[in-house]
Design a protein around this ligand. Structure first.
Ligand code: AMP
Length: 265
């Protein structure tokens, strides 16, 4: 069982590792990978600033009973003249793909490499990165990777902020404002539960709440079909609201299922 991460591990990663340990069972092998993958960062993004906390990460992996940690150097993963990439061409275009061109190409490439290196039966990913999870499912289906993808629910701080390695880069005022992202998502889910189905109205509410957070700059707020990631006009089954918000240089993402799909993706 493989749990790919970029390190700076927190309770969200821990839940993936614990799920991985259960999938592997007493006799299976659980491998955590820690690799800040350069190909998924664009120029001017936070590759250099990305937090690196290996001593603590190693402790967490040990505490959850991982059998091994794979921490490759960038040169071990990519030859200096590497020229082959794996690209998903539809789901990757919108949402984070629009703000971060090339990001999902880097993700698909490194995840493919990890799958080929370890040949896992199961690989565990977080629903926090909903678009990523949908893309990995598509990649595995379309390229016939013999692996089962398991999605795990988003783990949050007590105030609702989705756990992220980037949270530690927030200045105190931004850290205080950031739980408003989760509150805004919960508020529109409440509207949906109260019977509101019009996406334009829900999006106005959502964008309004996010734009009013002190210090926040809205990157995007969208409501889409949870599997195809296509825009929708009315909330039916399997609808997901996804947002990205910047606080200074720190970009945070979050999402919520407005109505869950019949089967978990
Ligand atoms: P990252 O280290 O940010 O690349 O994330 C590694 C894996 O952990 C990805 O599958 C993420 O979706 C997942 N993950 C990150 N944050 C959370 C969270 N708060 N709850 C659940 N899973 C998470």
């Amino acid at each position: 069982v493989l749990v790919p991460t970029m390190g700076a591990l927190h309770a969200g990663h821990r839940s993936l590792l614990e799920a991985g340990r259960k999938f592997a069972g007493a006799h299976g092998t659980l491998v955590a990978t820690i690799f800040v993958n350069p190909t998924q960062f664009g120029p001017g993004e936070d590759f250099r600033r990305y937090p690196r906390t290996f001593a603590d990460d190693r402790k967490m992996c040990g505490a959850v009973g991982a059998d091994a940690i794979f921490v490759p150097a960038a040169e071990a993963m990519y030859s200096s003249d590497h020229s082959v990439f794996v690209e998903e061409s539809v789901l990757s275009k919108g949402l984070c793909g629009r703000s971060r061109p090339g990001h999902f190409r880097g993700v698909c490439t490194v995840v493919s490499k990890l799958f080929l290196l370890f040949n896992p039966q199961v690989a565990v990913f977080g629903e926090k990165d909903w678009q990523q999870l949908a893309i990995i499912h598509r990649m595995v289906r379309d390229l016939n990777f013999p692996v089962r993808i398991a999605g795990c629910p988003t783990v949050r701080e007590p105030d609702g902020l989705a756990m992220s390695s980037r949270n530690r880069l927030l200045v105190p005022a931004a850290r205080q404002a950031a739980p408003g992202i989760c509150r805004a998502l919960l508020a529109i889910r409440k509207e949906v539960r109260g019977g509101e189905r019009r996406v334009d109205k829900l999006l106005r509410m959502l964008a309004g709440s996010l734009e009013s957070l002190p210090g926040a700059k809205l990157d995007y707020a969208r409501i889409v079909d949870a599997r195809s990631l296509d825009p929708i006009r009315f909330v039916k089954s399997a609808a997901c609201a996804l947002v990205a918000v910047r606080f200074g240089k720190v970009r945070l993402i979050d999402n919520i299922l407005l109505r869950p799909p019949r089967e978990r993706i």
